[in-house]
Write a protein that binds this ligand. Structure first.
Ligand code: GTP
Ligand code: MG
Length: 339
């Protein structure tokens, strides 16, 4: 037992938060990487958590929640998440080296990227200022108001791994938004791949046991950047029989997401680079709404089962987790059968 990494294979919002929340009970520690430009949603037995800084293992009391050294956080956003969600039974730690987003970074993000569909949370400028080692750039260790949470994330993660327990690395965005491998310049300000997650957290890539690539049946993307097989939300609603109006908004920026048919070439490239041990396929309710909330493979409609079998053949990676809705309960877990 060692590290489980959860990463996105498309353009973000694949449901990494949901999958991370689902596997959290198996982990002793969860490390959030990246910054508050990603919003993760976990729904556990109807209770919803929307998180931009704290890991999605929040619903599991004895899982240590951590923000890694390579991450950046906005003190106001983090403080508000702490007040909303952190209780006495949680243990939250922030690496002293994690970067702090200041109002100046948010202002610069607005000036440079405002109106481009970017979440403009100041993440890019904060990373840039850290890289430049500007004199006024602050690290978590410089904030007295968070002193009770400051601890060595890398040391704790390695100690936990050495006792044989599992540590989860929770990625943000998706392969197509990686600064290195994505559709530059319509990307985020960091790489999103597993190697970078390990560096962020301070753990060796040699210890990664499971790489879960999360992909959606119908990928989405923000306002900018190419989308090969773009559809309208009406197309998806018609195809799946979704009742009422189907439309997704971005978690952080509250814009309508663009949607499309799955681009297999793109997913295959993500697979080539990430070499996932398994795939979590989300939004199968968009293939057939009859399958919304289904918890067993045998209960899925033939249309959806055929879609998944066909997709697995094409991707040549086991599809072990199938998500049929936002709640953790809306999950078909085939890991025992397939791994
Ligand atoms: P980023 O790092 O920001 O890309 O986030 P993410 O991959 O964690 O996804 P995010 O939580 O932003 O968006 C996914 C949304 O879809 C959330 O509102 C989830 O609750 C919801 N969701 C997750 N899985 C499913 C699913 O299988 N079906 C449906 N209908 N909704 C889902
Ligand atoms: Mg999101």
């Amino acid at each position: 037992m060692a590290i489980t990494a959860v990463v996105g294979g498309q353009f973000g919002s694949e449901g990494k938060g949901k999958i991370a929340g689902y596997i959290a009970p198996e982990c002793k520690m969860a490390i959030r990487t990246g910054g508050p430009n990603a919003g993760h949603t976990v729904v556990t037995k109807g209770k919803k958590f929307v998180l931009q800084s704290i890991p999605c293992a929040i619903a599991v009391d004895d899982c240590i929640l951590a923000i890694g050294a390579g991450g950046v956080f906005d003190p106001d956003i983090l403080q508000s998440e702490i007040s909303r969600y952190i209780t006495d039974s949680h243990k939250l730690i922030i690496d002293p080296m994690a970067g702090v987003i200041d109002p100046l970074h948010r202002k610069q993000a607005q000036e440079i990227r405002g109106g481009t569909g970017s979440p403009v949370k100041g993440v890019g400028p904060a990373h840039a200022h850290k890289a430049l080692r500007l004199a006024d750039f602050r690290l978590a260790r410089d904030l007295p108001e968070f002193s009770q949470y400051i601890d060595d994330v890398s040391l704790m993660a390695n100690q936990i791994i050495d006792t044989g327990q599992q540590v989860m690395l929770e990625g943000t965005q998706g392969f197509g938004l990686s600064l290195y491998h994505g559709t530059y310049p319509h990307t985020t300000s960091t790489d999103t791949t597993v190697g970078t997650l390990c560096g962020n957290a301070g753990v060796s890539v040699r210890l990664v046991e499971h790489i879960i690539l999360v992909i959606r049946t119908y990928p989405i993307r923000g306002a900018h950047g190419a989308m090969k097989y773009e559809l309208t939300w009406n197309d998806v609603a018609r195809e799946s029989g979704y009742p009422g109006k189907l439309e997704e908004m971005t978690t952080v920026t509250k814009h309508v997401r663009r949607v499309g048919k799955m681009d297999l070439d793109w997913v295959k490239r993500a697979i080539m680079v990430e070499r996932p041990t398994q795939i979590a396929l989300t939004f199968v309710d968009y293939v057939n709404y009859q399958d919304f909330g289904v918890e067993k493979w045998a209960s899925l409609s033939k249309k959806t089962r055929d879609y998944i079998v066909e997709l697995e053949k094409k991707l040549e990676v086991p599809i072990t987790l199938i998500s049929t809705g936002p709640d953790n309960l809306h999950t078909i877990d085939l890991r025992k059968q397939k791994l």
